[in-house]
Write a new protein. Structure first.
Ligand SMILES: NC(=O)c1ccc[n+]([C@@H]2O[C@H](COP(=O)([O-])OP(=O)(O)OC[C@H]3O[C@@H](n4cnc5c(N)ncnc54)[C@H](OP(=O)(O)O)[C@@H]3O)[C@@H](O)[C@H]2O)c1
Length: 196
């Protein structure tokens, strides 16, 4: 398949790129500053231009999405808006603009905070929950195209940075998270939230 991978140069994106390439897919990599194509997916006009530039693809895999982490009392409305822009509306734009260009599926990224609260995680929880609700809602209207979310806990490989925020929670290796993308892209399910 020809797959557009957004956030391809990051921790998660690199792991997804590796497994999709191993499985002989033709992967077009996207980020703001690296990869085959440079676009900022928080700007819907750039998302439209991204699809015009990339041409027809079979699947989109999103591994980008920035959300601020701060203690509840320090989170401003601007922080929540940044989380919604960075993780929710960017991925919504990938689906809205992609419907005319993507033949088979969309796989979006969310995260454990949609179901398990942690201190400093309110903006991220809000964003992740919104993405998961969007995926379930979009799935019943975009058929025959499919849409799923991947909702991992903290990555084993990110424990040095984020480990202290997830006390007692079992991390997940990136290789397992990448397999959830394979399941979404190569399988036939839609409207699912995969917890690798
Ligand atoms: N880290 C964890 O333990 C963990 C756990 C669960 C879920 N997640 C979620 O997984 C996703 C990826 O996390 P990560 O740790 O892999 O992040 P990361 O290492 O910071 O990588 C982010 C990737 O997305 C690209 N990117 C960022 N903003 C972009 C934009 N506006 N437009 C286009 N590309 C953009 C970055 O490249 P450029 O900077 O060049 O744009 C980079 O390729 C996030 O949504 C995160 O919330 C992470």
């Amino acid at each position: 398949m020809r797959i557009l991978l957004v956030g391809a140069t990051g921790l998660l994106g690199t792991a997804v790129h590796e497994v999709l390439t191993e499985r002989k897919h033709d992967v077009v990599t996207v980020s703001r500053t690296g990869g085959d194509l440079q676009f900022d997916v928080t700007d819907p006009a750039q998302v439209a231009e991204l699809y015009r530039t990339a041409g027809r693809v079979d699947a989109v895999a999103s591994a980008a999405g920035h959300v601020p982490f701060k203690p509840f009392g320090e989170l401003t409305i601007a922080d929540y808006q940044a989380g919604v822009t960075g993780k929710v509306l960017s991925q919504v734009a990938l689906v809205r603009e992609g419907l005319a260009h993507v033949t088979e599926s969309f796989t979006l990224i969310t995260g454990v905070l949609a179901r398990e609260p942690i201190v400093t995680g309110a903006a991220a929880a809000l964003a992740n929950g919104a993405v998961e609700a969007f995926v379930r809602a979009a799935a019943i209207e975009i058929a025959p195209q499919r849409i799923n979310a991947v909702s991992p806990t903290v990555f084993t490989e990110a424990l040095d940075v984020y480990g202290d925020y997830f006390p007692g929670m079992r991390p997940v290796p990136l290789a397992d998270v990448a397999q959830a993308y394979v399941r979404s892209i190569e399988g036939r399910q839609t409207g699912q939230v995969y917890v690798p």
